[in-house]
Design a protein. Structure first.
Length: 328
């Protein structure tokens, strides 16, 4: 009887030890069931760390674009298309007079700092809500800008704009993953409110641009001669003669401020030597069509250069025109 009791006692102890071992090896419900841990079980890398990395890339990109905007420097487009400069210098590249990339710097910088901070803490509800709010506003703004890109810049593309949109959406999805799908459902109302406020704010800030575009289409503007106030340098005169000799053409419109700026770069004497094609010689109204030469050139914006078979949009500096035309 004593030996039997001893065997039963030993079996109970073994079962208890086996149960405690199973409990110690089972994953914690707080870290694997969407409670905001954000850990990648396979690699041990937090989703917030990935979010910080994506934010860092976005910060570098928008810093470069901010420099271009503030220094009035032409963007280097990896695809070689002139659309990058056209879009990045358009009226839509600023919000309330502030360069749009500057807002991107602040947003991506905040995402980077919050991602690094959240990945090293266990309780982070307030920081997570802030990150969710920022990435939601970024995703909403990117959606709006993609709409503007497809409607106002039909047929044109900007690699920097598309890359920034991809980074914004990636930051949003990573922040959602880190927060947990179950918890995100509780903040759905807050996210919708933030996205709506962003869309409303952007629409209001761009209302003047839409109204000016529509008023220009509806209002008749008679043709007028533009006056060049700058003097031409010897280099500008020589370059203008060279461009004329190789058949280079400058397409523009009398109401286009960028076209006037391009002529101001050459100066009064040199600009008269250019082969300039006015696309609206009879004035501008909603029924006016461009000159046939401009239609044949398939212009997408003003000013546009045609040099040795190349179609180049936007203002160009004299040194750039010299390099493109082979002027020594």
């Amino acid at each position: 009887a004593g030996a039997r009791a001893l065997r039963i006692s030993n079996q109970g102890e073994a079962a208890k030890l086996h149960y405690e071992e199973d409990e110690s090896q089972s994953p914690s419900s707080s870290s694997s069931n969407g409670n905001g841990d954000g850990d990648d079980e396979a690699g041990g890398v937090s989703a917030y760390k990935w979010c910080a990395a994506v934010g860092g890339i976005g910060f570098l990109e928008t810093s470069y674009l901010t420099y271009l905007k503030l220094s009035n420097t032409e963007a280097i487009c990896p695809t070689g298309a002139p659309s990058c400069t056209t879009i990045l210098t358009s009226d839509y590249s600023s919000v309330l007079g502030i360069p749009l990339p500057l807002f991107g710097m602040l947003a991506y910088g905040s995402v980077t700092l919050l991602g690094l901070n959240l990945s090293s803490k266990e309780r982070r509800s307030v920081g997570e809500l802030i990150l969710i709010g920022i990435t939601t506003s970024m995703a909403a703004a990117s959606t709006y800008f993609l709409y503007i890109l497809s409607t106002e810049f039909n047929g044109e593309s900007c690699l920097y704009c598309l890359a920034s949109a991809a980074l914004s959406f990636s930051s949003f999805f990573l922040s959602v993953k880190g927060y947990g799908s179950g918890e995100v459902q509780k903040t759905l109302g807050l996210q919708l409110a933030v996205a709506s406020l962003v869309i409303i704010a952007l629409s209001a800030s761009y209302a003047d641009i839409h109204s000016s575009n529509s008023s220009r289409d509806e209002t008749e503007v008679p043709y007028f001669e533009t006056r060049i106030s700058t003097e031409s340098s010897p280099f500008a005169v020589s370059l203008a003669k060279h461009l004329h000799s190789i058949g280079a053409k400058l397409y523009g419109a009398f109401w286009c401020s960028h076209c006037l700026d391009q002529k101001e770069i050459f100066g009064g004497e040199a600009s008269k030597l250019l082969d300039y094609v006015e696309c609206f010689p009879d004035g501008m109204n909603k029924e006016t069509k461009m000159a046939e030469a401009c239609v044949d050139a398939k212009l997408k914006g003003f000013p546009t250069w045609s040099i040795k078979g190349q179609i180049l949009e936007g203002e160009k500096q004299l040194s750039e025109l010299a390099a493109l035309s082979g002027f020594n």
